[in-house]
Design a protein around this ligand. Structure first.
Ligand code: NAP
Length: 287
């Protein structure tokens, strides 16, 4: 691709972004992938090597023919400063860079997280639920969402739950090496979505004619963490792991134990390849 081509820019083209880029390229779209180590991108994705925190360097590489942007960068740590840099500063720089080079994307998708919800009593949450995150990082994500939605470009926010898939199989590894523990006590609901479904959701939202401003991106099956661990253990032919003493409060404090509804996404016509953790993990269990 050269500067005058038209295509889709994936800013922060990593685990999810690369999968999206490959899907879009397979469908015949032109895709730019922007990241610092752009040499890691597959050849189907045109590389743009830049740091989202360096506005000058960023503006130098941005092409003018950007039809749509997916912002899927990630923070280098779980602290507030890392989140602010990754989601607020990086996005603000990108918006400035796009304006400076005269690009006028017709859609901007900001990848956010269900960490913006602080509910922790097992209740269902949807896009209209209150957002009182339990951690300051969730508040920063809300700030970045607002920045995207208030930008000059038609924007959509997608709040993904826990992303798993090839290479992101911590629960399986913990079971295999005997470190996995159940939490015990009352059910503690967790939510997840497979990487390939994240890519599919983003592709769907790029093409959707009149999207809503916000979507939750999660599978159909919020499930208690202990149920998921026990099911994977069973598939591996292992005994159910022991219960870790006094651990239930920790999970509740960290803002989990909610059930994320994907009804709005489903109603928009989006299909999921892995509607339950059982479908997704089944493909990851063969060594
Ligand atoms: N993981 C989860 O469970 C989860 C759950 C909900 C939402 N999300 C969100 O989903 C999004 C995508 O997640 P992911 O797993 O695909 O993340 P990822 O694999 O870490 O990909 C993000 C990419 O952004 C690039 N990047 C980071 N800082 C950059 C900078 N300053 N300038 C340019 N590029 C930069 C990184 O590449 P370089 O290092 O080469 O620059 C990296 O490849 C993130 O927004 C994340 O917050 C994740």
């Amino acid at each position: 691709m050269n500067d005058h081509d038209h295509g889709i820019l994936i800013a922060g083209c990593g685990y999810v972004g690369t999968q999206l880029g490959l899907e879009l390229a397979r469908a015949g779209k032109s895709v730019w992938g922007l990241r610092r180590s752009a040499e890691r991108l597959p050849t189907a994705i045109a590389p743009l090597a830049a740091d989202l925190l360096d506005i000058e360097g960023l503006t130098r590489v941005l092409p003018v023919g950007v039809d749509a942007v997916v912002y899927a960068s990630s923070a280098s740590g779980f602290d507030a400063a890392s989140y602010r840099a990754a989601y607020v500063d990086g996005l603000r720089n990108l918006l400035q860079g796009l304006a400076r080079c005269g690009a006028a994307p017709k859609r901007l998708i900001f990848v956010s997280s269900t960490g913006v919800y602080g509910q922790s009593s097992g209740e269902w949450v949807d896009e209209d639920s209150e957002t009182h995150p339990s951690r300051p990082t969730g508040q920063i994500l809300l700030e970045a969402e607002r920045l995207a939605l208030d930008s000059p470009y038609p924007a959509v926010v997608v709040r993904f739950s826990g992303i798993y898939g090839p290479g992101r199989t911590r629960m399986i590894e913990q079971l295999r090496d005997g470190r996995a523990r159940l939490r015990g006590g009352l059910p503690q609901y967790t939510n997840r979505i497979h990487r390939d479904d994240c890519a599919h959701v983003l592709g769907h939202l790029l093409a959707l004619p009149r999207p809503q401003p916000i979507y939750i991106g999660s599978d159909d099956d919020p499930a208690p963490r202990d149920e998921v661990v026990s099911w994977i253990a069973e598939q591996l032919g292992q005994p159910t792991p022991p219960v870790e003493p006094d651990s239930t409060d920790g999970l509740r404090i960290s803002g989990q134990n909610k059930r994320c509804s994907n009804q709005r996404l489903r109603d928009s016509g989006c299909s999921l390849r892995y509607p339950s953790y059982r479908d997704g993990y089944a493909t990851l269990l063969t060594p």
